[in-house]
Design a protein around this ligand. Sequence first.
Ligand code: KMH
Ligand code: ZN
Length: 272
Amino acid sequence: MDKVIITAAVVGAEVMKEHNPHVPYTPDEIADEVARAHQAGASVAHIHARRSDGTPTQDRKIYQQIIEKIKERCDIIIQVSTGGAVGMSPAERIQPLELHPEMGTLTTGSVNFGEDIFANSFNDLKIFAQKFQEYRVKPECEIFEVGMISNALKLVKLGLLHPPLHFDFVMGVPGGIPATPKNLLHLVEQIPEGSTWTVAGIGRWQLPMAAHALLWGGHVRVGFEDNLFYEKGILATSNAQLVERVVRLAREIGRDIASPDEARKILHIQQS
Ligand code: KMH
Ligand code: ZN
């Protein structure tokens, strides 16, 4: 099995300091969280931006500050969000790709998202995928529902995505695919041979989904975006704490941890 790539999703668009005081907002806070997660073993940082009051934004200038500050602190693969927050327009969401990060997320379909709808029409997907090509950014296909895999494969047929694909199975969002081992296995069975995959279990599903991925040759995403707790009723004190637990589990299971350069090779990221 490949070494395991740990992604730290340190902030997201929904969680607030009211939920966990350690959620970072400012570029410095985000970069500090990323640096600590990198130190703990993360090789990819999934980034969202916030205004100083914590509201989510896709403002390119704020992303630029975050990216610069992360680069001052560590060499981690920076993966920007193009999902942003529900209700944002595609034009708003696409902004951070213009900064030519190594990676970005691309959600390949629509899904109920709690009380809201995370809308991604197929036409928008084509526009997003074209931008990934134009800016030469490696996409991570965010899969909240099984039909999103078919959309990703349709984009391959249209020449807008290029194998080997990398998928992130986001499991346990209310309205999306439930986080069960059978569902994870089903998702893994749908993706083309040669693809890579990671799993982001939401809330209490983060740890069990991570454990399954470690056993089945997948990669793992943890962090405050998906889960604020270390265990039931006990808030995590940092993203690094969640990364450290995956590192311990991986080592017990016999999987080494990929460095950022090793992750670049596994994910076929072309280095400039
Ligand atoms: N905040 C969610 C609505 C992504 O980063 O690309 C979408 C999301 C996916 O977080
Ligand atoms: Zn995200």
